[in-house]
Design a binder for this molecule. Sequence first.
Ligand code: GLN
Length: 494
Amino acid sequence: MAGIDPIQMSACAIASAVNEGSIKAADVVSSFLQRTEDLHRELNTHVFWDKEAVQNETEKQLDYIEAARRAQKYLPLAGVPIAIKDNIMAEGSIVSCGSKFLQNHRAAFDATVIKQLKQAGAVLMGRTNMDEFGMGSSNENSAFGPVRNPWNRSHVSGGSSGGSAAAVAAGMTTLALGSDTGGSVRQPASFCGVLGLKPSYGAVSRYGLVAYASSFDQIGPIGTNARDLARTFDLLRTHDPLDSTSVDTSAFEKTEIQLERPLKGLTIGIADELLQEGLDEDVKKSFFESLEVYKELGCTIKKITLPNLRHSIPTYYILATAEASSNLARFDGIRFGVRASKPGASLKDLYAQSRSEGFGREVKQRIMLGTYVLSSGYYDAYYAKANRMRELIRRDFAAAFEYGVDLIATPTAPTTAFVLGQKTDNSLSMYLMDIYTIAANLSGIPALSLPIGLDRKGLPIGLQLMGKTHHEGELLRSAYQYEQYKRWTERPKF
Ligand code: GLN
Protein backbone atom coordinates (compact mmCIF):
# COMPACT_ATOMS: atom_id res chain seq x y z
CA MET A 1 0.00 0.00 0.00
CA ALA A 2 3.02 2.25 0.35
CA GLY A 3 2.66 5.34 -1.78
CA ILE A 4 -1.14 5.52 -1.74
CA ASP A 5 -2.40 8.73 -0.21
CA PRO A 6 -4.98 7.80 2.48
CA ILE A 7 -6.94 10.92 1.54
CA GLN A 8 -7.83 9.23 -1.76
CA MET A 9 -8.79 5.90 -0.16
CA SER A 10 -12.26 4.67 0.75
CA ALA A 11 -13.05 3.80 4.37
CA CYS A 12 -13.22 0.10 3.44
CA ALA A 13 -9.80 0.25 1.74
CA ILE A 14 -8.27 2.00 4.75
CA ALA A 15 -9.77 -0.57 7.11
CA SER A 16 -8.44 -3.49 5.03
CA ALA A 17 -4.97 -1.98 4.80
CA VAL A 18 -4.83 -1.23 8.53
CA ASN A 19 -6.17 -4.66 9.47
CA GLU A 20 -3.61 -6.43 7.33
CA GLY A 21 -0.81 -4.14 8.51
CA SER A 22 0.14 -2.65 5.14
CA ILE A 23 -0.57 0.85 6.39
CA LYS A 24 -0.40 2.28 9.91
CA ALA A 25 -3.47 3.84 11.47
CA ALA A 26 -1.23 6.54 12.96
CA ASP A 27 -0.07 7.55 9.47
CA VAL A 28 -3.61 7.65 8.16
CA VAL A 29 -4.65 9.84 11.05
CA SER A 30 -1.75 12.24 10.67
CA SER A 31 -2.51 12.81 6.96
CA PHE A 32 -6.07 13.79 7.77
CA LEU A 33 -5.08 15.91 10.74
CA GLN A 34 -2.76 17.87 8.50
CA ARG A 35 -5.33 18.19 5.74
CA THR A 36 -7.90 19.54 8.22
CA GLU A 37 -5.31 21.87 9.71
CA ASP A 38 -4.60 23.24 6.21
CA LEU A 39 -8.20 23.70 5.08
CA HIS A 40 -10.49 24.26 8.04
CA ARG A 41 -10.09 28.05 8.19
CA GLU A 42 -10.87 28.53 4.54
CA LEU A 43 -14.00 26.36 4.66
CA ASN A 44 -15.01 26.87 8.31
CA THR A 45 -15.97 23.20 8.50
CA HIS A 46 -14.98 22.65 12.13
CA VAL A 47 -15.79 24.22 15.46
CA PHE A 48 -13.05 24.61 18.07
CA TRP A 49 -10.53 22.81 15.87
CA ASP A 50 -7.27 22.24 17.74
CA LYS A 51 -4.97 19.87 15.90
CA GLU A 52 -2.91 18.95 18.93
CA ALA A 53 -5.91 18.29 21.13
CA VAL A 54 -7.52 16.07 18.48
CA GLN A 55 -4.22 14.27 17.96
CA ASN A 56 -3.88 13.61 21.70
CA GLU A 57 -7.42 12.28 21.84
CA THR A 58 -6.64 9.79 19.08
CA GLU A 59 -3.79 8.15 20.98
CA LYS A 60 -5.84 5.76 23.07
CA GLN A 61 -7.77 4.70 20.00
CA LEU A 62 -4.58 4.14 18.00
CA ASP A 63 -3.34 1.85 20.78
CA TYR A 64 -6.61 -0.06 20.66
CA ILE A 65 -6.34 -0.48 16.87
CA GLU A 66 -2.74 -1.61 17.09
CA ALA A 67 -3.56 -4.13 19.83
CA ALA A 68 -6.42 -5.52 17.74
CA ARG A 69 -4.16 -5.88 14.73
CA ARG A 70 -1.56 -7.77 16.75
CA ALA A 71 -4.27 -10.05 18.08
CA GLN A 72 -5.56 -10.47 14.50
CA LYS A 73 -8.91 -9.12 15.56
CA TYR A 74 -10.64 -7.61 12.55
CA LEU A 75 -12.09 -4.13 13.03
CA PRO A 76 -14.56 -3.03 10.32
CA LEU A 77 -13.43 0.61 10.41
CA ALA A 78 -9.84 0.16 11.59
CA GLY A 79 -8.05 3.51 11.40
CA VAL A 80 -10.86 5.23 9.49
CA PRO A 81 -11.22 8.92 10.32
CA ILE A 82 -14.72 10.15 11.05
CA ALA A 83 -15.72 13.75 11.80
CA ILE A 84 -18.64 14.25 14.14
CA LYS A 85 -21.42 16.80 13.91
CA ASP A 86 -21.29 19.05 16.91
CA ASN A 87 -24.59 17.87 18.38
CA ILE A 88 -23.44 14.31 19.13
CA MET A 89 -21.82 13.70 22.52
CA ALA A 90 -18.25 12.42 22.70
CA GLU A 91 -17.03 12.33 26.28
CA GLY A 92 -14.87 15.32 27.17
CA SER A 93 -15.45 17.21 23.91
CA ILE A 94 -17.38 20.44 23.68
CA VAL A 95 -20.81 19.86 22.17
CA SER A 96 -21.93 23.34 21.18
CA CYS A 97 -24.63 22.41 18.64
CA GLY A 98 -23.50 25.45 16.66
CA SER A 99 -24.77 27.68 19.46
CA LYS A 100 -22.87 30.16 21.55
CA PHE A 101 -25.25 29.19 24.37
CA LEU A 102 -23.43 25.84 24.68
CA GLN A 103 -19.95 26.92 23.68
CA ASN A 104 -18.56 25.82 27.06
CA HIS A 105 -20.57 22.63 27.39
CA ARG A 106 -18.53 19.47 27.54
CA ALA A 107 -20.16 16.08 26.99
CA ALA A 108 -20.15 13.89 30.08
CA PHE A 109 -20.50 10.64 28.15
CA ASP A 110 -20.23 9.04 24.73
CA ALA A 111 -23.33 8.78 22.56
CA THR A 112 -24.14 5.17 21.64
CA VAL A 113 -23.01 5.82 18.05
CA ILE A 114 -19.65 7.09 19.32
CA LYS A 115 -19.17 3.94 21.40
CA GLN A 116 -20.02 1.81 18.38
CA LEU A 117 -17.61 3.68 16.12
CA LYS A 118 -14.76 3.45 18.61
CA GLN A 119 -15.32 -0.23 19.02
CA ALA A 120 -15.20 -0.64 15.24
CA GLY A 121 -11.80 1.04 15.15
CA ALA A 122 -12.83 4.45 13.74
CA VAL A 123 -10.89 7.52 14.81
CA LEU A 124 -12.74 10.72 15.73
CA MET A 125 -11.57 13.58 13.55
CA GLY A 126 -12.92 16.75 15.14
CA ARG A 127 -16.29 18.38 15.55
CA THR A 128 -18.10 19.79 12.56
CA ASN A 129 -19.90 23.08 12.17
CA MET A 130 -23.69 23.08 11.89
CA ASP A 131 -26.75 25.32 11.90
CA GLU A 132 -27.61 26.15 15.48
CA PHE A 133 -29.40 23.14 17.01
CA GLY A 134 -29.85 21.73 13.50
CA MET A 135 -32.18 24.52 12.43
CA GLY A 136 -31.31 25.54 8.93
CA SER A 137 -30.59 24.44 5.39
CA SER A 138 -27.41 26.38 4.60
CA ASN A 139 -25.24 26.43 7.73
CA GLU A 140 -25.69 30.18 7.88
CA ASN A 141 -27.47 29.81 11.23
CA SER A 142 -24.32 28.67 13.00
CA ALA A 143 -23.11 30.98 15.76
CA PHE A 144 -19.61 30.25 14.46
CA GLY A 145 -20.15 31.46 10.91
CA PRO A 146 -21.20 29.60 7.75
CA VAL A 147 -19.41 26.66 6.18
CA ARG A 148 -18.19 27.30 2.65
CA ASN A 149 -18.84 24.87 -0.15
CA PRO A 150 -15.60 23.16 -1.26
CA TRP A 151 -16.75 23.32 -4.90
CA ASN A 152 -17.18 27.08 -4.79
CA ARG A 153 -16.33 29.08 -1.67
CA SER A 154 -18.97 31.74 -2.31
CA HIS A 155 -21.74 29.12 -2.14
CA VAL A 156 -23.34 27.48 0.89
CA SER A 157 -22.52 23.95 1.96
CA GLY A 158 -26.13 23.15 2.72
CA GLY A 159 -27.31 22.34 6.20
CA SER A 160 -27.63 21.63 8.90
CA SER A 161 -24.78 19.06 8.74
CA GLY A 162 -22.84 21.32 6.36
CA GLY A 163 -19.51 20.98 8.16
CA SER A 164 -19.71 17.19 7.96
CA ALA A 165 -20.56 17.12 4.24
CA ALA A 166 -17.97 19.75 3.28
CA ALA A 167 -15.25 18.03 5.35
CA VAL A 168 -15.85 14.73 3.52
CA ALA A 169 -15.98 16.47 0.12
CA ALA A 170 -12.72 18.29 0.83
CA GLY A 171 -10.96 15.10 1.92
CA MET A 172 -10.47 16.28 5.50
CA THR A 173 -12.00 13.03 6.72
CA THR A 174 -13.13 9.79 5.09
CA LEU A 175 -16.48 9.66 6.84
CA ALA A 176 -18.64 11.95 8.93
CA LEU A 177 -21.76 11.69 11.04
CA GLY A 178 -24.62 14.09 10.59
CA SER A 179 -28.13 14.22 11.97
CA ASP A 180 -31.21 14.48 9.82
CA THR A 181 -34.48 15.94 11.10
CA GLY A 182 -35.81 17.23 7.79
CA GLY A 183 -32.95 16.64 5.37
CA SER A 184 -29.83 17.72 7.20
CA VAL A 185 -27.73 14.75 6.12
CA ARG A 186 -29.02 14.44 2.56
CA GLN A 187 -29.26 18.07 1.47
CA PRO A 188 -25.69 19.08 2.42
CA ALA A 189 -24.44 15.78 0.98
CA SER A 190 -26.15 16.72 -2.28
CA PHE A 191 -24.75 20.29 -2.25
CA CYS A 192 -21.22 19.00 -1.60
CA GLY A 193 -21.22 16.06 -4.04
CA VAL A 194 -21.03 13.22 -1.50
CA LEU A 195 -23.44 10.54 -0.24
CA GLY A 196 -25.60 10.77 2.85
CA LEU A 197 -28.00 8.29 4.41
CA LYS A 198 -30.92 9.05 6.69
CA PRO A 199 -31.81 5.71 8.27
CA SER A 200 -35.35 4.60 9.10
CA TYR A 201 -36.62 6.16 12.29
CA GLY A 202 -35.46 4.00 15.20
CA ALA A 203 -32.73 2.16 13.26
CA VAL A 204 -29.84 4.09 14.83
CA SER A 205 -29.72 5.07 18.49
CA ARG A 206 -30.36 8.72 19.35
CA TYR A 207 -28.86 8.34 22.80
CA GLY A 208 -26.37 11.17 23.14
CA LEU A 209 -27.72 13.19 20.21
CA VAL A 210 -28.90 16.61 21.38
CA ALA A 211 -32.59 16.57 20.49
CA TYR A 212 -34.07 18.99 18.00
CA ALA A 213 -37.38 17.31 17.09
CA SER A 214 -37.34 13.89 18.69
CA SER A 215 -39.92 12.17 16.51
CA PHE A 216 -37.92 13.10 13.38
CA ASP A 217 -34.23 13.07 14.37
CA GLN A 218 -31.95 10.34 13.06
CA ILE A 219 -28.17 10.15 12.95
CA GLY A 220 -26.76 9.18 9.57
CA PRO A 221 -23.40 8.63 7.86
CA ILE A 222 -21.87 10.80 5.12
CA GLY A 223 -19.17 9.42 2.81
CA THR A 224 -17.84 9.26 -0.73
CA ASN A 225 -19.21 5.87 -1.77
CA ALA A 226 -22.04 3.45 -1.04
CA ARG A 227 -19.94 0.65 0.42
CA ASP A 228 -18.49 2.92 3.09
CA LEU A 229 -21.97 4.06 3.99
CA ALA A 230 -23.30 0.51 4.11
CA ARG A 231 -20.53 -0.67 6.39
CA THR A 232 -20.99 2.28 8.74
CA PHE A 233 -24.74 1.90 8.80
CA ASP A 234 -24.49 -1.85 9.48
CA LEU A 235 -22.48 -1.25 12.59
CA LEU A 236 -24.60 1.64 13.82
CA ARG A 237 -27.84 -0.28 13.38
CA THR A 238 -28.40 -2.01 16.69
CA HIS A 239 -31.11 -2.04 19.28
CA ASP A 240 -30.24 0.34 22.11
CA PRO A 241 -32.13 0.04 25.39
CA LEU A 242 -30.99 3.59 26.20
CA ASP A 243 -33.21 4.98 23.43
CA SER A 244 -36.86 4.09 23.91
CA THR A 245 -37.59 4.60 20.20
CA SER A 246 -34.79 2.29 19.09
CA VAL A 247 -36.03 -0.67 17.07
CA ASP A 248 -34.68 -4.22 17.07
CA THR A 249 -33.75 -4.72 13.41
CA SER A 250 -31.71 -7.87 13.89
CA ALA A 251 -34.03 -9.74 11.54
CA PHE A 252 -32.84 -7.57 8.65
CA GLU A 253 -29.88 -8.64 6.61
CA LYS A 254 -26.70 -6.56 6.74
CA THR A 255 -26.65 -4.06 3.90
CA GLU A 256 -23.04 -4.46 2.79
CA ILE A 257 -23.55 -8.04 1.67
CA GLN A 258 -26.49 -6.98 -0.50
CA LEU A 259 -24.57 -4.44 -2.57
CA GLU A 260 -23.75 -6.66 -5.55
CA ARG A 261 -27.20 -8.15 -5.87
CA PRO A 262 -28.63 -7.18 -9.29
CA LEU A 263 -31.26 -4.46 -9.41
CA LYS A 264 -33.25 -6.24 -12.08
CA GLY A 265 -36.87 -6.41 -11.03
CA LEU A 266 -36.81 -3.35 -8.78
CA THR A 267 -39.45 -0.73 -9.45
CA ILE A 268 -38.73 2.95 -8.90
CA GLY A 269 -41.64 5.32 -8.47
CA ILE A 270 -41.62 8.93 -9.61
CA ALA A 271 -44.32 11.48 -8.87
CA ASP A 272 -44.88 14.13 -11.56
CA GLU A 273 -46.51 16.52 -9.13
CA LEU A 274 -43.19 16.85 -7.29
CA LEU A 275 -41.27 17.79 -10.40
CA GLN A 276 -42.99 21.02 -11.35
CA GLU A 277 -42.39 24.63 -10.33
CA GLY A 278 -39.31 25.63 -8.41
CA LEU A 279 -37.22 22.78 -9.79
CA ASP A 280 -34.01 23.97 -11.45
CA GLU A 281 -33.64 22.90 -15.09
CA ASP A 282 -30.17 21.39 -14.70
CA VAL A 283 -31.29 19.41 -11.66
CA LYS A 284 -34.32 18.16 -13.52
CA LYS A 285 -32.24 17.09 -16.52
CA SER A 286 -29.73 15.20 -14.38
CA PHE A 287 -32.55 13.59 -12.45
CA PHE A 288 -34.10 12.14 -15.61
CA GLU A 289 -30.70 11.06 -16.89
CA SER A 290 -30.09 9.15 -13.67
CA LEU A 291 -33.39 7.33 -14.19
CA GLU A 292 -32.12 6.21 -17.59
CA VAL A 293 -29.14 4.64 -15.81
CA TYR A 294 -31.51 2.76 -13.53
CA LYS A 295 -33.45 1.53 -16.56
CA GLU A 296 -30.18 0.23 -18.02
CA LEU A 297 -29.59 -1.55 -14.74
CA GLY A 298 -32.88 -3.39 -15.12
CA CYS A 299 -35.22 -1.27 -13.01
CA THR A 300 -38.73 -0.34 -14.04
CA ILE A 301 -39.81 3.28 -13.65
CA LYS A 302 -43.42 3.71 -12.63
CA LYS A 303 -45.49 6.89 -12.29
CA ILE A 304 -47.04 7.24 -8.87
CA THR A 305 -48.90 9.94 -7.05
CA LEU A 306 -48.16 11.28 -3.60
CA PRO A 307 -50.94 13.84 -3.31
CA ASN A 308 -50.35 14.96 0.25
CA LEU A 309 -46.64 15.61 -0.07
CA ARG A 310 -47.31 19.18 -1.14
CA HIS A 311 -48.28 19.83 2.48
CA SER A 312 -44.96 18.54 3.83
CA ILE A 313 -43.34 21.87 4.54
CA PRO A 314 -46.07 23.46 6.70
CA THR A 315 -46.67 20.11 8.41
CA TYR A 316 -43.01 19.73 9.27
CA TYR A 317 -42.48 23.32 10.35
CA ILE A 318 -45.43 23.10 12.75
CA LEU A 319 -44.50 19.74 14.27
CA ALA A 320 -40.72 20.20 14.36
CA THR A 321 -40.95 23.65 15.95
CA ALA A 322 -43.47 22.34 18.49
CA GLU A 323 -41.08 19.58 19.52
CA ALA A 324 -38.13 21.95 19.47
CA SER A 325 -39.85 24.45 21.73
CA SER A 326 -40.20 21.71 24.32
CA ASN A 327 -36.73 20.16 23.80
CA LEU A 328 -34.96 23.50 24.01
CA ALA A 329 -36.63 24.42 27.31
CA ARG A 330 -33.74 22.73 29.13
CA PHE A 331 -31.33 25.44 27.99
CA ASP A 332 -31.99 27.99 30.67
CA GLY A 333 -28.61 29.20 31.88
CA ILE A 334 -28.85 27.03 35.00
CA ARG A 335 -29.06 23.39 34.01
CA PHE A 336 -27.50 23.93 30.61
CA GLY A 337 -26.17 26.95 28.78
CA VAL A 338 -24.12 30.03 29.49
CA ARG A 339 -25.69 32.21 32.20
CA ALA A 340 -26.51 35.80 31.26
CA SER A 341 -23.93 38.40 32.22
CA LYS A 342 -26.60 40.51 33.94
CA PRO A 343 -29.04 37.88 35.20
CA GLY A 344 -31.70 40.32 36.53
CA ALA A 345 -33.62 40.31 39.82
CA SER A 346 -35.66 37.10 39.62
CA LEU A 347 -35.23 33.53 38.45
CA LYS A 348 -37.56 34.28 35.55
CA ASP A 349 -35.38 37.22 34.53
CA LEU A 350 -32.33 34.97 34.63
CA TYR A 351 -33.97 32.45 32.32
CA ALA A 352 -35.24 35.13 29.96
CA GLN A 353 -31.98 37.01 29.89
CA SER A 354 -29.83 33.90 29.38
CA ARG A 355 -32.06 32.60 26.59
CA SER A 356 -32.20 36.01 24.90
CA GLU A 357 -28.43 36.26 24.89
CA GLY A 358 -27.72 32.61 24.16
CA PHE A 359 -29.99 31.69 21.27
CA GLY A 360 -29.67 33.02 17.73
CA ARG A 361 -32.47 34.59 15.72
CA GLU A 362 -33.70 31.50 13.85
CA VAL A 363 -33.81 29.41 17.02
CA LYS A 364 -35.84 32.10 18.80
CA GLN A 365 -38.20 32.31 15.82
CA ARG A 366 -38.77 28.56 15.95
CA ILE A 367 -39.27 28.43 19.71
CA MET A 368 -41.90 31.14 19.39
CA LEU A 369 -43.61 29.41 16.49
CA GLY A 370 -43.55 26.08 18.34
CA THR A 371 -44.90 27.56 21.55
CA TYR A 372 -47.65 29.28 19.60
CA VAL A 373 -48.86 26.14 17.80
CA LEU A 374 -48.96 24.28 21.09
CA SER A 375 -50.79 26.99 23.03
CA SER A 376 -54.37 26.39 24.10
CA GLY A 377 -56.77 27.75 21.52
CA TYR A 378 -54.36 27.08 18.65
CA TYR A 379 -53.37 23.51 19.45
CA ASP A 380 -56.23 21.95 17.49
CA ALA A 381 -55.95 24.36 14.59
CA TYR A 382 -52.23 23.79 14.08
CA TYR A 383 -50.53 21.03 16.05
CA ALA A 384 -53.34 18.47 15.97
CA LYS A 385 -54.12 19.22 12.32
CA ALA A 386 -50.47 18.88 11.32
CA ASN A 387 -50.36 15.51 13.08
CA ARG A 388 -53.30 14.35 11.01
CA MET A 389 -51.55 15.53 7.86
CA ARG A 390 -48.45 13.61 8.93
CA GLU A 391 -50.55 10.47 8.97
CA LEU A 392 -51.90 11.19 5.47
CA ILE A 393 -48.34 11.63 4.17
CA ARG A 394 -47.41 8.29 5.75
CA ARG A 395 -50.35 6.70 3.99
CA ASP A 396 -49.28 8.16 0.63
CA PHE A 397 -45.99 6.30 0.97
CA ALA A 398 -47.67 3.13 2.22
CA ALA A 399 -50.01 3.20 -0.78
CA ALA A 400 -47.11 3.70 -3.22
CA PHE A 401 -45.18 0.80 -1.73
CA GLU A 402 -48.28 -1.35 -1.74
CA TYR A 403 -48.78 -0.49 -5.41
CA GLY A 404 -45.58 -2.37 -6.19
CA VAL A 405 -42.97 0.34 -5.98
CA ASP A 406 -39.74 -0.58 -4.15
CA LEU A 407 -38.08 2.83 -4.19
CA ILE A 408 -39.16 6.40 -4.80
CA ALA A 409 -36.85 8.83 -6.57
CA THR A 410 -36.79 12.63 -6.40
CA PRO A 411 -34.05 15.18 -6.68
CA THR A 412 -32.55 15.71 -3.20
CA ALA A 413 -33.00 19.47 -3.41
CA PRO A 414 -34.75 21.68 -5.97
CA THR A 415 -31.54 23.58 -6.76
CA THR A 416 -27.80 23.19 -6.34
CA ALA A 417 -25.90 25.09 -3.63
CA PHE A 418 -26.92 28.75 -3.66
CA VAL A 419 -24.79 31.81 -3.01
CA LEU A 420 -24.05 32.67 0.63
CA GLY A 421 -26.49 35.26 1.94
CA GLN A 422 -29.01 34.73 -0.86
CA LYS A 423 -31.80 33.34 1.31
CA THR A 424 -31.00 34.60 4.79
CA ASP A 425 -33.66 37.34 4.68
CA ASN A 426 -36.47 35.06 3.63
CA SER A 427 -37.25 32.10 5.88
CA LEU A 428 -39.79 30.65 3.47
CA SER A 429 -37.37 30.49 0.55
CA MET A 430 -34.91 28.74 2.86
CA TYR A 431 -37.56 26.29 4.10
CA LEU A 432 -38.41 25.42 0.48
CA MET A 433 -34.94 23.86 0.14
CA ASP A 434 -36.34 20.96 2.21
CA ILE A 435 -39.25 20.25 -0.09
CA TYR A 436 -38.02 16.80 -1.15
CA THR A 437 -36.30 15.64 2.01
CA ILE A 438 -38.85 16.36 4.75
CA ALA A 439 -41.45 13.74 3.80
CA ALA A 440 -39.08 10.85 4.68
CA ASN A 441 -38.70 12.26 8.19
CA LEU A 442 -42.44 12.82 8.55
CA SER A 443 -43.07 9.18 7.71
CA GLY A 444 -39.97 7.59 9.23
CA ILE A 445 -38.80 5.88 6.02
CA PRO A 446 -35.11 5.67 5.03
CA ALA A 447 -33.67 7.90 2.32
CA LEU A 448 -30.32 8.63 0.80
CA SER A 449 -28.73 11.16 -1.48
CA LEU A 450 -26.13 10.25 -4.06
CA PRO A 451 -24.23 12.54 -6.44
CA ILE A 452 -25.25 12.27 -10.09
CA GLY A 453 -23.41 15.11 -11.80
CA LEU A 454 -22.72 18.82 -11.93
CA ASP A 455 -24.85 21.73 -13.08
CA ARG A 456 -23.58 24.28 -15.60
CA LYS A 457 -21.97 26.27 -12.76
CA GLY A 458 -19.96 23.20 -11.77
CA LEU A 459 -21.94 22.52 -8.59
CA PRO A 460 -23.01 18.99 -7.58
CA ILE A 461 -26.51 17.60 -8.05
CA GLY A 462 -27.98 14.90 -5.81
CA LEU A 463 -30.52 12.15 -6.44
CA GLN A 464 -32.69 11.12 -3.51
CA LEU A 465 -33.93 7.56 -3.17
CA MET A 466 -36.49 6.71 -0.51
CA GLY A 467 -37.34 3.17 0.53
CA LYS A 468 -39.53 1.05 2.74
CA THR A 469 -38.95 1.19 6.48
CA HIS A 470 -35.83 -0.81 7.43
CA HIS A 471 -35.06 -1.55 3.80
CA GLU A 472 -31.86 0.51 3.73
CA GLY A 473 -30.31 -2.43 1.90
CA GLU A 474 -32.20 -1.57 -1.29
CA LEU A 475 -31.18 2.08 -1.11
CA LEU A 476 -27.50 1.35 -0.58
CA ARG A 477 -27.48 -1.34 -3.22
CA SER A 478 -29.06 1.02 -5.73
CA ALA A 479 -26.53 3.73 -4.91
CA TYR A 480 -23.69 1.20 -5.18
CA GLN A 481 -24.73 -0.06 -8.59
CA TYR A 482 -25.22 3.43 -9.93
CA GLU A 483 -21.64 4.15 -8.87
CA GLN A 484 -20.34 1.01 -10.51
CA TYR A 485 -22.16 1.77 -13.73
CA LYS A 486 -21.44 5.46 -13.96
CA ARG A 487 -18.48 6.07 -11.77
CA TRP A 488 -18.67 9.70 -10.66
CA THR A 489 -15.12 10.56 -9.75
CA GLU A 490 -15.07 14.32 -9.87
CA ARG A 491 -13.75 16.04 -6.78
CA PRO A 492 -13.59 19.70 -5.82
CA LYS A 493 -10.32 21.40 -6.72
CA PHE A 494 -7.86 22.80 -4.21
N1 GLN B 1 -33.67 22.38 7.19
C1 GLN B 1 -34.55 21.73 8.10
C2 GLN B 1 -34.76 22.60 9.31
O1 GLN B 1 -34.26 23.67 9.33
C3 GLN B 1 -34.01 20.39 8.49
C4 GLN B 1 -32.90 20.47 9.42
C5 GLN B 1 -32.44 19.14 9.93
O2 GLN B 1 -32.67 18.11 9.31
N2 GLN B 1 -31.82 19.17 11.09
O3 GLN B 1 -35.42 22.26 10.23
